[in-house]
Design a protein around this ligand. Structure first.
Ligand code: CP
Ligand code: NVA
Length: 306
């Protein structure tokens, strides 16, 4: 049994399979072709933080695969009344086939997985967001072909998304230019997680414009992630120069793409002219969450389908 708790949990070879499979699954979806490999299977989705894309993509995706879903939140389950996570894992995993969790500390999802009888998927933690990077790389491949040898510019917080980009770069052979304000750098040990990040795939820039120079993809995220709301005002001041604008996009390659996992704040981490401009692929990126996660759920439950 495999869990998907961080990007490092799958190999480069498994990603090659998943990207091909996601493309096929997407094609079937667009053609209204029935694809029910997970008939009679149930996915439990546990949300301890808000979500739009993750909820809709997993829920719609699971129904499209012929399965069904149970939606739980901290507020409407015993998780919010301090039932131990291990007990919750033992109970929930006796009744469903797959669990997706969005929560705070990575240790929480690891503790759940340790006591789960079924595969567990990380739907975002403070440390990682592997399903999003899975969708982002799939989106890059759709528009530009292989990401191997390419350069991704990360402008903003050294957060869950940045950590996951670094894991992916080391695993799939591309480079990440990271620019964060002082005090918000990536924690390399945390980013490395179970598998490691490699020095050749990661370069730090104090100037965000320099990070974008020659990049094939420019990407950013909110200045204040969920769980850090108390720091919002302080962050607004620290991040003022880390706003992706037309000048940064002009420093990147002429065919560079722009991505943002969303939700976005125009005028903060990105200017409207960029996110709503011709280089932006954010809507494909959001839609692709569903296609890649369908491929992931199918893989975790059924393995490779020839
Ligand atoms: N990108 C993403 O995970 O969006 P949600 O917070 O809406 O799920
Ligand atoms: N870094 C953001 C991503 C939201 C999808 C957060 O954790 O809130």
């Amino acid at each position: 049994m495999k869990h998907y708790l961080q990007f490092n949990d799958l190999s480069a070879d498994e990603y090659t399979y998943l990207f091909e499979r996601a493309a096929l699954i997407k094609k079937k979806f667009k053609a209204y072709e029935k694809h029910h490999p997970l008939a009679d299977r149930t996915l439990a989705m546990i949300f301890e933080k808000a979500s739009t894309r993750t909820r809709v993509s997993f829920e719609a995706g699971m129904y499209q695969l012929g399965g069904s879903v149970v939606h739980l939140t901290t507020g409407d389950s015993q998780l919010g009344r301090a039932e131990p996570i291990e007990d919750s894992a033992k109970v929930i995993s006796r009744m469903v086939d797959l669990v997706m969790i969005r929560t705070f500390e990575q240790t929480k999802i690891e503790r759940f997985a340790a006591d789960s009888r079924v595969p567990v998927i990380n739907g975002l933690t403070n440390e990682y967001h592997p399903c999003q990077i899975l969708a982002d790389i799939f989106t890059f491949i759709e528009h530009r072909g292989s990401i191997q040898g390419k350069t991704v510019a990360w402008v903003g917080d050294g957060n869950n998304m940045a950590n996951t980009w670094l894991q992916a770069a080391a695993l799939l052979g591309f480079k990440v230019h990271v620019s964060t304000p002082r005090g918000y750098e990536v924690d390399e040990k945390l980013a490395a997680g179970a598998g490691g990040i490699s020095a050749s795939s990661y370069q730090f820039f104090s100037n965000p414009l320099e990070a974008c120079r020659g990049a094939d993809l420019v990407t950013t995220d909110v200045w204040t992630s969920m769980g850090y709301e108390a720091e919002n005002e302080e962050r607004k001041k620290a991040f003022a120069d880390w706003c992706v604008d037309a000048e940064m996009m002009a420093a990147a390659r002429p065919d560079a793409l722009f991505m943002h996992c969303l939700p976005a704040h125009r005028g903060e981490e990105v200017q409207a002219e960029v996110i709503d401009g011709p280089q932006s692929v954010v809507w494909d990126e959001a839609e692709n969450r569903m296609h890649v996660q369908k491929a992931l759920m199918e893989y975790l439950l059924l393995g490779r389908i020839a």
